[in-house]
Design a binder for this molecule. Structure first.
Ligand code: ZN
Length: 250
């Protein structure tokens, strides 16, 4: 099995296209998307169309949910981006059936996917849409024990935009600690696959993971960050900060 797992595309078309080209070059069987396909970025309609056509599984993220319902718990810039995203989906999405297809897709996204011993969520096994699991949470034993009690063997997630592996014995392994390869052993683990469209680990290249039978690979892909940032700078309702952060990977 060779399964690409992408997450947090956030309407970044240049990043998504670069990642899909990379995936095509690796002989991969299927693609799962862990949510937040939209929100923040300048191309929500285009990204949704691509995900609908190329991903076998796609989950609901908090920004997708924010576009569907009233956004709750977002900061001002993120909330403004969600309202702008909703407007794009409503009025700038092309023909009526293309618009309806995107809304139907968003409205039917599952919160969780299980495949045998593997679990897929946007946030965490306990709160699949909204809970963050950050590297420093390895010091929160109670939280981690609870999360691992909900996992059979491995869980794949996104949401923080910080890639890495959490192991049951409370370690966090950043991709650079393990040369981008996690060998699956006996302990349970959670893999954060990072973000395609807005990485926040100090590396501005898109990030995704490949799940194989006995290991997980982290992949980084360069894309035209400047082109995406320029689109953001030209859009009044998207804060300039959203472009700046792409360049810095934060
Ligand atoms: Zn996100």
């Amino acid at each position: 099995m060779k399964r690409a797992i992408i997450s947090d595309v956030h309407g970044n078309l240049e990043a998504l296209q670069a990642v899909l080209a990379d995936i095509r070059g690796r002989g991969i069987d299927e693609i799962f998307c862990l949510g937040d396909t939209i929100g923040y970025g300048p191309n929500p309609c285009e990204c949704l169309d691509i995900v609908i056509d190329t991903c076998q599984i796609c989950l609901l993220g908090n920004h997708d949910q924010g576009a569907l319902f009233d956004p709750e718990g977002f900061n001002t810039g993120a909330e403004r981006a969600i309202f702008w995203t909703r407007e794009q989906l409503e009025s700038r999405g092309g023909k009526p059936d293309a618009v309806a297809r995107r809304w139907d897709f968003l409205g039917e996204l599952p919160r969780i996917h299980r495949d045998n011993i593997w679990l897929y969520v946007h946030g965490s096994p306990r709160n699949p849409i909204n809970e963050y699991v950050f590297p420093e949470d390895i010091y929160n034993q109670k939280k981690m024990e609870k999360l691992f009690s909900l996992i059979t063997k491995g869980c794949f997630q996104g949401h923080t935009h910080v890639p890495g592996v959490f192991t049951e014995n409370l370690n966090f392994l950043a991709p650079e600690d393990i040369h981008d390869v996690y060998e699956i052993g006996d302990p349970k683990f959670m893999v954060n696959v990072g973000s395609v469209g807005q990485p926040r680990d100090g590396n501005n290249q898109s990030c995704y993971a490949v799940q194989e039978d006995n290991r997980v690979l982290f992949c980084r892909v360069e894309y035209d960050v400047g082109a995406t940032a320029d689109k953001i700078y030209r859009t009044l309702d998207l804060d300039d900060f959203l472009g700046d952060r792409l360049k810095e990977g934060r």
